[in-house]
Design a protein around this ligand. Structure first.
Ligand SMILES: O=C(O)CCC(=O)C(=O)O
Ligand SMILES: [Fe+2]
Length: 213
């Protein structure tokens, strides 16, 4: 698969990506029913090079899902790094460690895996869902998402019905879904008709299999 169309997206590919401090810079939004979202815009600096490296280095896959007796491609590219696997960039290793330091490694909520999504255009998306790590175990969990490339909107809504809240996630931003979020709420990156460039998201999660899920 050719990803060369990304090559001219960014200007400064020589600047090394870095992580800003987390302590004191994270804002918590209470979503109700014990769910929350932590927001930290601009956590990763010099994200251009991170986007480019991930676009080129990650073994992106076009996943397929069975749907109503048809097999369809999911509308995004994906890749998954299980516990103990080296992440595709050193700054992601640091990000996982900093997140675990910041949240203090609560029992069964240590970030161990990284899932990556590549949204090529506004037509790529992820439909409303709660992540398996929180649905299968009946306990609170955290899912941390780092975003690089074009800004997209993370939508969140209570499962039982209610207001949808929308959070823009841009180049270098961090959001963390926590508490009951995966059980009581659903989230999505909805398609957009606006002309948006490609976006890569990195989701750090506890390893659900280790939790007996
Ligand atoms: O790309 C994102 O920010 C969200 C992805 C997501 O919800 C998922 O892969 O479970
Ligand atoms: Fe998700």
């Amino acid at each position: 698969m050719s990803l060369s169309f990304q090559a001219s997206l960014f200007d400064d590919l020589s600047a090394e990506p870095e992580l800003e401090e987390l302590g004191g810079s994270v804002t918590r939004v209470e979503l109700g029913e014990g769910a929350w979202l932590d927001v930290r815009p601009g956590w990763v600096t010099n994200s251009d090079a991170l986007f480019e490296r991930l676009a080129q280095r990650v073994p992106w896959q076009a996943d397929k899902r069975e749907m109503y007796e048809r097999v369809v491609e999911v509308p995004r590219l994906v890749s998954w790094f299980g516990p103990g696997f080296e992440l595709p960039d050193a700054v992601l290793e640091r990000a996982q460690r900093d997140l675990n330091d910041h949240y203090g490694r609560p029992k069964d909520q240590v970030f161990e895996t990284a899932g990556l999504c590549f949204y090529r255009t506004g037509d790529d998306s992820v439909a409303w869902h709660g992540d398996r790590v929180g649905r299968a175990i009946n306990r609170d969990t955290m899912v941390a998402i780092v975003s690089v490339g074009a800004a997209r909107t993370l939508s969140l809504r209570p499962k039982g019905g209610g207001e949808t809240k929308r959070f823009p996630v841009g180049h270098g931003d961090l959001v963390v879904m926590g508490g009951s979020c995966q059980r009581t709420h659903e989230h999505a990156i909805l398609k957009t008709k606006q002309a948006v460039g490609p976006r890569i998201s990195i989701q750090f999660r506890p390893y659900w299999k280790r939790l007996g899920a």
